[in-house]
Design a protein around this ligand. Structure first.
Ligand code: BG6
Length: 503
């Protein structure tokens, strides 16, 4: 076995609330197993899963052993798996029943002793968001959040963290009454993606980009998170959220802040998060008028995708036939600081786009044209750097080159760096780093209270105006197209265009 690269996670018990959900089988358990196979999981580690269906530890382990065959991202070593899975325990409990927490406390103590977990414990709340606040309160009430004598207690909270600014503030206040900020790990799975983390490496580990990464050289930035899927079986949740709440204050804000932030003074959690928070605070708040001119919302109607007819959003399972929920959003944001004054950041995210593609386009200012006036060149294409987040993972740079021949003619060429070519295919779930960071107490890739609130402050004016002015033209784009016409006009008014990647 190769020695571990990095610090081994602290001994600890991990308690998963909402254990029966898909997240456990698809992401959490495979990522813990991956950590174990990289020797980054302490041998003094154990899991307690909490669900509703009664079953024994043995039964729960058997189910996991079947699941891992489907969801492992790496070949499973039977001995290592056996060693891992016997540290998984199962219990039942209702989240709103005080007895659940007394039982859990006794079980945590028992499992801790059996596995020598040093009193450390983290709680992963993969539950409906309505329970986040009360679970943490109840944990604290029975002493499960109490630190001291070298033992730590942490809680990982899934999204959505609130549904607007007010509810996010209320949830923060509720949590911070019974836990300290350093105990709260608000997760955003985008920060677990290698290509998202790579934005910092690209910007700060290379001398050539930082000098041109500002308003003098950059014309504008586009951030697109396009998905081909519809709402699948999540209509119940999605219809109460919509594209804006689901993606913008969280995932898209991560992409914006990492792209736009100043170099932090270190990779220490607060040093990085301070810089991200400054960007969020520098984004100009929308006035009501701005919401009308700088945002576009949309909802998909039926359409053709891959030759198949797919239903309109309003015909999806658990979606009301007159739903006004957005499945598309585009916005034009301005960051009011010295680096970015005057540089628009256009963002968009949607379901049922023609291709699945998450990327950041940095468009540089165009070179002066005068030299080419007397040539056959009609116009110059500005340079673009594209950070491909997924499914393509890499970076490409577009520039002009002379096409061979006797006259001056230009062609567009791309210089491509593809992650896979250099580093092989990724065999991670995207949760390894986040789980491991929580085990070693590194909150750099987690959201601080102020960041979550700042993210909501940015979208809140739009949510309010949209609520007051229900959309009259929904559905306004067909599934399998690049969204409503108004979203193209948002850029065309500025003489710009979205860059779409068709595959
Ligand atoms: C989730 C959203 O947070 O992110 C989903 O709730 C969305 O609606 C998903 O599909 C996208 O994540 P990824 O990793 O597939 O880009």
């Amino acid at each position: 076995m190769k020695p571990p690269v990095g610090r081994v996670g602290d001994p600890c018990v991990m308690v998963i609330f909402g254990y029966a959900g898909d997240l456990t089988r698809r992401k959490l358990i495979p990522s813990l197993y991956n950590l174990a196979s990289q020797q980054l999981l302490s041998r003094e580690f154990a899991v307690i899963g909490m669900g509703r269906t009664p079953m024994s530890n043995e039964e729960a382990r058997k189910i996991l052993t079947e699941d891992i065959k489907k969801f492992a991202t790496n070949p499973v070593d039977p001995d290592l798996w056996e060693e891992f899975v016997r540290r998984v325990n199962y219990t039942t409990g209702e989240f709103d029943d005080p007895a659940t927490y007394d039982n859990l406390k006794a079980l945590v103590d028992k499992v801790d002793k059996e596995n020598n977990c040093h009193g450390n414990c983290f709680f992963y709340l993969a539950t409906s968001p309505t329970f986040f606040g009360s679970i943490v309160e109840r944990l604290a009430k029975v002493g499960l959040m109490t630190e001291g004598n070298g033992q730590w207690r942490r809680v990982i909270i899934e999204k959505p963290f609130g549904r607007d600014l007010e509810s996010a503030k209320a949830l923060n206040a509720q949590l911070l009454k019974v836990a300290t900020e350093s105990q709260i790990y608000r997760i955003d799975h985008y920060l677990g993606k290698e290509t998202v983390q790579n934005i910092m490496a690209l910007r700060f580990a290379n001398g050539i980009f930082e000098p041109i990464w500002n308003r003098r050289y950059i014309d504008h930035v586009q951030i697109s998170v396009a998905e081909t899927v519809g709402v699948e079986k999540r209509g119940g949740y999605y219809d109460t959220a919509g594209a804006t709440r689901d993606m913008v204050p969280n995932h898209i804000m991560q992409l914006i802040t990492l792209t736009a932030m100043e170099p932090p003074i270190s990779f220490e959690a607060n040093a990085v998060r301070d810089e991200q928070a400054k960007i969020l605070r520098a984004i100009q708040p929308f006035t009501d008028e701005d919401v009308l001119t700088k945002t576009v919302r949309g909802q998909y109607g039926e359409g053709i995708m891959n030759g198949q007819r797919v239903p309109a959003y309003r015909s999806e399972q658990d979606v009301p036939p007159d739903s006004r929920t957005d499945t598309y959003v585009a916005m034009r944001l301005m960051i009011d600081n010295w680096r970015w004054a005057g540089v628009p950041f256009y963002l968009r995210t949607a379901k049922r786009m023609p291709s699945r593609n998450t990327h950041v386009v940095i468009q540089f200012r165009q070179a002066p044209f005068m030299l080419f006036r007397e040539t056959q060149v009609q116009h110059l294409m500005p340079n673009q750097m594209v950070l491909h987040i997924q499914p393509e993972e890499g970076i490409s740079l577009r520039f002009a080159a002379k096409t061979p021949g006797t006259t001056m003619q230009l062609g567009e060429v791309n210089m491509d760096f593809n992650y896979e070519d250099y580093f092989g295919t990724s065999s991670a779930t995207g949760y390894e780093r986040l789980m491991h960071d929580c085990m070693i107490g590194d909150a750099t890739l987690f959201q601080r209270a102020d960041m979550v609130e700042a993210g909501w402050s940015i979208v809140n004016p739009a949510l309010n105006v949209w609520k007051a002015l229900p959309p009259r033209n929904f559905p306004n784009y067909a599934a399998g197209t690049w969204g409503p016409r108004e979203a193209d006009e948002l850029l065309e008014r500025d003489g710009r265009h979205w860059r779409n990647f068709d595959k």
